[in-house]
Each structure stands twice: as structure tokens, then as C-alpha cells.
Design a protein around this ligand. Structure first.
Ligand code: FAD
Length: 280
């Protein structure tokens, strides 16, 4: 069982618990992005099993009429085993999701996976006419050029700052420079994208920048944040602004390392966890 503090960041161990969590946020105007926790499988069986789980999940989302989509990590569905395994499993998930009318996001992992991930996105974006989305990372120097290519495709693009520790030759490493790149990339997306822009950030400055760009260009946009991070801002935005808000809610039995990462990344989270452990 997931202990109470981890419950703030992880939507349960089972798909039923995750869907029940999404029901709660749906009732407060926020849509869900469900992610089954798991990554970097170096053998095929767990990759196939997680792909099966996503197929069942998209069918359950459609059957229940839940306002949710899914987000899949390439290394979770076989990329470390081989490109063909990843592509086969992704095709299976996208086919089931497309039949069920459920949107599929492809998360972006480290820079060695960028090309294969964008190529897979392009194929499925064309085949489903925009039923899939991909994440790109503002810390990578190549991203501005990747956005030129993505602007020509159907489907949505989520811009994030980037979670991986990348080398200086290919990535901005200074926070100020990453923030600058995020602003520039976002401005380009609002100007050049038709299918909408997904702002994957908790940063109030980036969300304000998106608000201004939306007022200038009229491009539809959505804000995506993680479960357990600035949740009151998520509900406020959904209630008071003309923007769709999504909460990325991970679930599954591999919750510990994800929870540990969330706790380590911010002192306030660590203090919160400590207070909960001490019982006040
Ligand atoms: P930061 O620069 O971390 O923070 C800026 C400001 O935001 C802070 O000063 C504070 O005001 C506010 N803030 C941030 N965190 C908190 C907090 N815990 N509590 C209170 N305030 C806070 N990365 C990838 O590499 N690949 C992916 O596929 C990917 N998918 C993502 C999907 C979603 C929906 C989200 C939200 C993030 C995703 N990320 C992904 C992670 C992303 O790259 C960043 O590492 C992460 O979002 C932190 O950057 P930030 O933009 O939120 O702002």
C-alpha cells in the first residue's frame, strides 16, 4: 500500500485507484494524464506487459467516460530492448487508443532517444490525424529546430524545461538560459502551431508568458502540471481561466523511486514529508 505522503504524488497502485483519482480531479474541472510508472526495461516481457496495461487502460477510460488521456515513456515499452520492440508496442497502444477515442502522449527521455521518439510521433500523428502528442525539452539546443518540423504535423506538443542531466555541448545547463529558451520556444509555438500548445510547467512566469501569447495569437493552449505540485494553482486556473488544465498523475507499484525524486527536488516537499512522518 502507498503511504499517505506518497499518496499526494502518486494516484494509487492500480488502474482502478488511478481512475478514481481522475474522477476526483475531473469533478474540479481538471483533466487527467495517466502514466503507469516504469522505465528502462532491458527485457521484452515487462515492456510488453506495460503495453498491455496501457491498452486495457485506454479501453477503461473510454468505457467509463473519464476525462483522461495517457502518457507513455519509450523505455517503458521496449526502447532499451530495441527500436522495433518500442515501435511495435507503441503502435499497439496508439491503435487501441485511437479506436477508443483516447489521446496518447509520448514522454521524452534523454537526448539519445530524441530522434527515434520524434520519428515515432510523426508516423502516428499522421496516421491518427493528430491523436498523439509528444514532449520536447527546452534545455536541448536542438529543440528550436525540432519545433520547425513539428509545426508541420498534426498532433499536440508539450514543452517542458527538461528533466535529464544533459552534457553542455548539446544542452543549456544554466537555469536562466533554460528559462530563456523555454520562453523563445513557447513564443514560436504560439505563432506557428495550429493544434494547440501544451505548457508542461509549474513555473508561474512561464504560465503568465503563455497567457500573454494566447491573448496575442489566439492559439488554443493547455497547462499540464504534476499531481501533488501546485495543485491549488491547477484548480484555480481551471476554474477561472479560459484554459484546459491537465494533471499528470502517475500510478503503479513502482511508485517509490518516483516519489523519492519529487521529495528530493524541493525542500518544501521534503519538509512536508518529514512533518507527515512526525505526525503533525
Ligand atoms: P522549475 O524551473 O522547476 O520551477 C520554476 C518555478 O515553478 C519555481 O520557482 C516555483 O515557483 C514553481 N514550482 C516548481 N516546482 C514546484 C513545487 N514542487 N512546488 C511549488 N512550486 C513549484 N521532463 C522531461 O524531460 N520529459 C518529459 O516527458 C516530461 N514530462 C512532463 C510532463 C508534465 C505534465 C510536467 C509538469 C513536467 C514534465 N517533465 C518532463 C519535467 C520537466 O522537464 C521539469 O523537470 C519540471 O516540470 C520542472 O520544471 P518547471 O517548468 O515546473 O519549473
Amino acid at each position: 500500500m502507498i503511504p499517505p505522503i506518497a499518496n499526494d504524488f502518486v494516484a494509487g497502485e492500480t488502474p482502478e485507484a488511478a481512475l478514481a483519482h481522475v474522477d476526483e480531479i475531473n469533478a474540479r474541472g481538471v483533466a487527467g494524464i495517466l502514466n503507469l510508472l516504469g522505465e528502462h526495461y532491458d527485457e521484452r516481457p515487462p515492456a510488453d506487459a506495460d503495453a498491455d496495461a496501457y491498452v486495457a487502460l485506454v479501453e477503461a477510460i473510454a468505457d467509463r467516460g473519464t476525462d483522461a488521456c495517457v502518457s507513455v515513456k519509450p523505455s517503458q515499452i521496449g526502447l532499451d530492448v530495441g527500436d522495433a520492440v518500442f515501435e511495435e508496442n507503441l503502435a499497439r497502444i496508439v491503435a487501441a487508443a485511437d479506436a477508443a477515442g483516447v489521446f496518447v502522449w509520448i514522454d521524452m527521455e534523454d537526448h539519445e532517444t530524441t530522434d527515434v521518439t520524434l520519428d515515432a510521433f510523426e508516423r502516428h500523428a499522421r496516421e491518427t490525424d493528430g491523436g498523439v502528442g509528444v514532449c520536447v525539452q527546452a534545455n536541448l539546443k536542438r529543440t528550436r529546430e525540432d519545433l520547425d518540423r513539428l509545426a508541420e504535423l498534426p498532433g499536440k506538443v508539450r514543452l517542458v524545461k527538461g528533466a535529464y542531466d544533459e552534457p553542455g555541448e548539446i544542452a543549456y545547463r544554466e537555469k536562466r538560459r533554460v528559462d530563456e529558451a523555454y520562453r523563445e520556444d513557447l513564443a514560436f509555438m504560439f505563432e506557428a502551431f495550429d493544434d494547440g500548445v501544451a505548457v508542461g510547467s509549474h513555473d508561474p512566469a512561464m504560465i503568465e508568458h503563455a497567457r500573454e501569447l494566447h491573448a496575442e495569437f489566439g492559439t488554443p493552449y493547455e497547462v499540464q502540471m504534476l499531481m501533488g505540485v501546485r495543485e491549488s494553482a491547477q484548480f484555480d486556473l481551471a476554474a477561472n481561466e479560459d484554459v484546459t488544465v491537465y494533471q499528470y498523475a502517475p500510478y503503479g507499484d513502482k511508485w517509490f523511486s518516483y516519489f523519492y525524486r519529487r521529495i528530493r527536488e524541493r525542500k518544501s516537499n521534503a519538509l512536508f514529508a518529514l512533518r507527515a512522518i512526525l505526525g503533525n
